[in-house]
Design a binder for this molecule. Structure first.
Ligand SMILES: [Zn+2]
Length: 254
């Protein structure tokens, strides 16, 4: 006798329902991806947080700047320390689109007032309130923000080689239009405040945000050249305090 295994109709229906249920459950547990998750757009180089503002003294795009050091002001072992930051900024000349390159032109006995000349020297410029011990002094033949020649003045209070290097990297930032950013986060920019004078702040080269701000500064230069910082200063109200503590000053005509 043939035996047939027959499933009762009721059970068949139950299995069908179970299968459909399982498929639905799988769909709920593994929903198909219809769109990619979008991160909120946050600028990584927000001015005042991770990036300095720009708009001050600037070497003309693609300048070849000759750099001199007042030999009598520095020890022999300090010379390479002063020159290293020039290379750090040279290394980002293309990335920042400034095209500005510094070339060491030797030691001198007095500041050099020639076109595209920068002299590094010592001088009493330390301000206790701001802990700034360096200053950029510049002159523009057209009374605009484009530097004709300049001096980086470093206070004798800075003797630590690392602090000296940090100070030079910072001052060169002022050579590209960058302003101080005391509210910026640590290590986000070389334009940050020095917390302790004559101690290293660990900043030896421009950051990604510094580079992007210099790029923005040179982009602006293509269409708009600002007046020199000193001319701009005269234009503001008498009672208005300058925001920048070490606003670069103008070298008087020799
Ligand atoms: Zn500064």
């Amino acid at each position: 006798m043939k035996t047939r295994s027959l499933q009762p109709p009721a059970l068949k229906t139950d299995l069908t329902v179970l299968c459909v249920s399982l498929i639905l459950l799988a769909a709920v547990c593994n929903p198909p991806v219809f769109s990619q998750t979008r991160e909120p757009t946050v600028s990584p180089c927000k001015v005042g947080v991770r990036a300095p503002a720009f708009g001050f003294w600037t070497w003309a795009a693609n300048s070849q700047v000759k750099v001199f050091i007042l030999a009598a002001h520095f020890k022999t072992e300090e010379i390479p320390v002063l020159l290293a930051p020039l290379e750090s900024w040279n290394a980002v000349a293309e990335a920042s689109s400034s095209g500005v390159k510094f070339t060491y032109a030797g030691s001198v006995s007095e500041p050099q007032y020639c076109e595209n000349c920068l002299t590094i020297m010592r001088g009493k410029v330390y301000e206790k309130k701001t802990r700034h011990a360096t200053k950029l002094q510049a002159y523009s033949v057209h009374a605009d923000q484009i530097i004709s020649y300049a001096e980086v003045v470093i206070d004798p209070i800075i003797t630590n080689p690392e602090a000296l290097k940090n100070a030079m990297v910072h001052e060169l930032g002022h050579n590209f239009g960058l302003l101080d950013c005391f509210s910026c986060k640590d290590r986000s920019t070389v334009m940050n405040q020095f917390k302790v004078i004559n101690f290293s702040n660990g900043m030896e080269a421009p950051t990604a945000c510094d580079i992007s701000q210099v790029k923005a500064a040179y982009e602006e230069l293509k269409t708009h050249v600002r007046p020199s910082p000193m001319v701009a200063k005269v234009m503001v109200d008498e009672g208005e305090e300058p925001v920048d503590d070490d606003t670069p000053t103008v070298i008087p005509l020799p």
